[in-house]
Design a protein around this ligand. Structure first.
Ligand SMILES: [Ca+2]
Length: 118
């Protein structure tokens, strides 16, 4: 998953790569849903939530930390977070979509293992 978005293979995600990731995870490209694509400015603001060392790019550890934090948030925490600002709400949708995707992948792997055991 990481390599797919790290287009220039720098080992980090810059705002333009993050933009693609956000668009895809949030399904912004789905024309039938009538949603706008995420702007580079939004992607840059979004990065503020992930960029712990403030170097302007997201490394794999920062990304994993973000996912782990998101996965351990309670429903109440999620709602409170989303209410802070429209940007927070977007970040929360992103987290939820991303963690759901991870759970689905995990389930698919478990199913496959189960099939092999039979
Ligand atoms: Ca960073």
């Amino acid at each position: 998953m990481w390599l797919k978005y790290d287009v220039d293979r720098s080992g980090t995600l810059d705002p333009s790569e993050i933009r693609v990731l956000i668009s895809e995870v949030m399904d912004y490209n789905a024309v039938e849903k009538g949603r706008d694509d995420v702007t580079l400015e939004e992607a840059t603001r979004f990065m503020g939530f992930l960029d712990h060392n403030g170097d302007g790019v997201i490394d794999e550890n920062e990304f994993l930390l973000f996912i782990v934090n998101a996965m351990t948030m309670t429903i109440e925490n999620r709602i409170n977070f989303a209410h802070r600002s429209p940007m927070h709400a977007k970040v929360m949708v992103f987290c939820t979509n991303l963690t759901e995707r991870s759970v689905n992948i995990q389930k698919a792997i478990e199913r496959e293992i189960e099939m092999e055991m039979k």
